[in-house]
Design a protein. Sequence first.
Length: 189
Amino acid sequence: MLLSDVEIRKLIEEKGYIEDYTDLEVQLQQCGFDLTLDYVEKPMYKIDLHATIIDFDNSQRQLTPMQKVPVEFLDTDETYYNLPPGDYVFHTKEKVRVPSNIGAILRVRSSLHRVGIQFTSSCIDPGYYGHLTGTIHIPAPGLRILHGARFCQILSWYLTSDVDRLYRGTYHEDLENASEEIHNGKKTP
């Protein structure tokens, strides 16, 4: 069952489901929560050099090197990314703390989708704690996006039960403490 704004607000206020948001009233949507842009990376593809390797147990994992895209300045104090057509990895400012009975996924906001921008992300597993990322493909003529702009929405749902094993993968930000606290329904200060 997809969570409504009422359930999402309750998870945020009682369990710290989403942290470091800018404005709860603006970002909380009817059936999701808008996430904002922290920074952008560009894959540094090089022909015949260290292709990405994905294996079964991560023992041979090798990812394509990434380079942060520099921000530019407008006439005001605001900063933006001026992105020519291509593929990028967007990182959220917000962190999520996914409880043991919740699953989630990211979707691009409709204003980006309507101009042909494609966005993909993976499933966000119970027990995950940290910032989120998604890969975005920008067609011609490119995109100018302000740092801190709302670019995607997290959609969450209740699982049929708590999971037996919480996420403890490579991208977890606090491997020693977060999963146990998520499982016990506690917030960290």
